[in-house]
Design a protein around this ligand. Sequence first.
Ligand SMILES: Nc1nc2c(ncn2[C@@H]2O[C@H](COP(=O)(O)OP(=O)(O)OP(=O)(O)O)[C@@H](O)[C@H]2O)c(=O)[nH]1
Ligand SMILES: [Zn+2]
Length: 368
Amino acid sequence: MSALNPENFEFSTDAIMVERATSELRYGRPVLISEGARKLAAVAIDCVAPSLYDQFAAVVGDRHQLLLTAPRAQRLGLPLAQDVITPLAGVGFDEAARLSYALGAEAPQQWQPADMLARQSAELARLALLLPAMVVADVSAQAEKFGGCCEIAASRLKGADVARQRFERVVRTRVPLKDLGDADFVVFRGGLAQKDQVAIIVGNPDVTATVPIRIHSSCLTGDLCGSLKCDCGDQLRNGLTLLRQAGGGVLLYLDQEGRGTGIGAKMRAYGYQHLGLDTIDADAELGLSEDHRRYEAAVAMLRDLGIAKVAVYTNNPSKIAALRAGGILVDARAAVIGRVTAENQNYLRTKTLRAGHMLDLDKLVAAE
Ligand SMILES: Nc1nc2c(ncn2[C@@H]2O[C@H](COP(=O)(O)OP(=O)(O)OP(=O)(O)O)[C@@H](O)[C@H]2O)c(=O)[nH]1
Ligand SMILES: [Zn+2]
């Protein structure tokens, strides 16, 4: 944040511009990304209305193109492991959407590596929790036609780092929990395209010593509805119990549905998993990498609570690495497990084999 200016409000910092641009994309409106005199108009296929897609194509004289990320390009069988763009002249909305994320779509005939501005448009979509498939057009010579649109210089996208780390405590209130006794719910607000997030303090941990913690990513299907497709609900409840048994600790409940891709993308991915893809390939089909989660919120919440040293309940090494990168001392790690079911066994196996989770699945299966 810039220093406070007594004369004027300052509402055009890099971080604020990124917040605006992501918000516009989520409303399905075009955003201009610029570099020098060059301007690229971009709209996310995930939420643009078909009528606006048609209007966009007409305004740019059918010179619109589709940005597909490297994972999507690979799933389509293109021989390039990088983001690509393909022309959309004469391609209607449904066909463009199909090319963007449908299973079994045919690879485009013409494509080329995407340039920096087009790649940045996908980054904006990811920040906005949208599928990173973007309809883009170079509008440097006709920017006046996009006069009312939000414009952001590509160099200002670095403001995302600041926006992601801005968290403020809203309130701390006691909630009695079944079998666990009283817990304090501490609500934090901030981040980029995120809901309020909560630190749940079980018991009375000594924050000056090593504090037992669990970092839990939200899973509406598992945490709330008892879905059998994952182990999240069990891990949430077992995690709270472990914290209680450890004499008190903190569970950070993070707004990271679908490994940070949002519930929409996760449900699309579930659809592909029903057709036989594993969790990582299903996400790649949607143009997504295997894990989009970030942990600035976790670090900010711990700092606010005065916690510098932790023992973490997790099987996921990237959570430990993220805490350490954020300056939190990780003293110890312990497993937190859920039930293995017929429905979640493949998911757990994929997490172990392809995402490096520290699970001894065969032992867990044998124990069931
Ligand atoms: N994209 C996607 N996300 C999923 C799927 N199944 C579960 N998730 C998400 O995966 C995340 C799991 O979160 P956690 O249980 O905190 O994390 P973890 O990576 O399993 O690590 P630990 O539980 O700490 O060992 C949540 O964000 C879920 O919403 C899936 O099939 N696809
Ligand atoms: Zn889950």
